[in-house]
Design a binder for this molecule. Structure first.
Ligand code: UDP
Ligand code: MG
Length: 313
């Protein structure tokens, strides 16, 4: 098989059919498979897709038993894809499918990873634009791998890259980072990101923050160093204040200085520093805990609601 196209879908009933027909239309001259990962949709996404896909086609719908998240959907897709080249693309047509053909020609030139870099984004709030912009820059300044700025997950990967990502045992999967970590020859193509054709974003701020924290903690221990530095500064400042107040006492033994404000400031400051550092530590310990439990990344729902359920997990 030449190409596998992985499409995560979470409550996309308004657009699922259009996504399917657009992809089939763009890819009609190629030997390919579509892998729809239905990430625990609670609407009609699954039925729509299962009814659209003809019995004898290589396309599949993999359904999760609940919502496991976008990144887990990619993992499922990568585990099941059979193509020599694998593309992952959002199911809301925000990533233009025509770009897949351009990616393929770069792949034929010998690149192992072709990522799509957004030049412009339409129909997204200024808040999303600013946070997305800063996220990539902060992440790169903290980590040793260089994740290209302004790229999403829309990309093509060679079989060699996919096999290596599938071998990585970690639970918290920040795919953009893992792809860079694996190495090989990378290149980017530029595009303008369109706005969502229908439906609403499945990425509220809470999920975006989660993704950002995942990205940073999976690829960097800089926050731990930051808490060490913060602790050192706090110690140095409190030591200096101690020396100063001792000297005051020696020089003016009789004056009773009203020390209320300084005590409160010191207590609050140190309390804050301690909570921040404990929080950062907790974030990493939580991750160690998640890894050690070794739970699967996703669970497939193979119940016989439709035709395409007989997949191996
Ligand atoms: N998605 C998913 N699971 C989730 C959230 C999103 O599979 O928990 C899918 C969603 O259906 C879409 C893609 O991931 O195909 C990107 O999500 P969305 O368009 O909501 O994100 P945005 O483009 O707003 O960043
Ligand atoms: Mg989208």
């Amino acid at each position: 098989m030449l190409l596998s196209v992985i499409v995560p879908m979470y409550n996309e009933e308004e657009i699922a059919a259009k996504t399917y027909t657009t992809l089939v239309d763009v890819l009609k001259d190629l030997e390919y498979e579509l892998l729809f990962i239905n990430d625990g949709s609670t609407d009609k996404t699954r039925e729509i897709l299962e009814n659209l896909i003809p019995e004898d086609s290589p396309h599949k719908v993999l359904s999760f038993s609940r919502n496991f998240g976008h990144q887990a959907a990619f993992s499922a897709g990568l585990n099941h894809a059979q193509g020599d080249a694998v593309v992952i693309i959002d199911g809301d047509l925000q990533d233009p499918p025509e770009l897949i053909l351009e990616m393929l020609s770069k792949w034929r030139e010998g690149y192992h990873v072709v990522y799509a870099q957004r030049r412009k984004r339409q129909g997204e709030s200024w808040f999303k634009l600013i946070t997305a912009r800063w996220f990539y820059r902060i992440l790169n300044s903290l980590t040793s791998i260089k994740i290209p700025v302004d790229t999403g997950d829309f990309r093509l990967m060679d079989r060699a890259v996919v096999d290596n990502i599938n071998r990585l045992p970690e639970r918290s999967r920040f795919l953009r980072g893992l792809v860079c970590w694996v190495g090989f020859k990378h290149t980017g193509i530029q595009y303008d990101r369109a706005k969502r054709e229908a439906g609403t974003t499945k990425y509220p701020l809470r999920k975006m923050m989660g993704l950002a924290i995942d990205g940073i903690t999976s690829f960097s221990t800089a926050p731990l160093k930051f808490s060490l530095v913060l602790g050192m500064w706090a110690t140095a400042i409190s030591f200096a204040l101690g020396v100063w107040s001792f000297a005051q006492k020696l020089l003016h033994p009789t004056t009773t200085t009203d020390g209320w404000a300084s005590i409160i400031i010191a207590v609050v400051f140190l309390g804050g520093v301690q909570l921040i550092t404990i929080g950062i530590l907790g974030e990493y310990i939580g991750r160690i805990y998640e890894e050690i439990k070794q739970r699967p990344l996703y669970i497939l729902d193979k119940s016989s609601r439709g035709k395409k359920y007989d997949m191996d997990s």
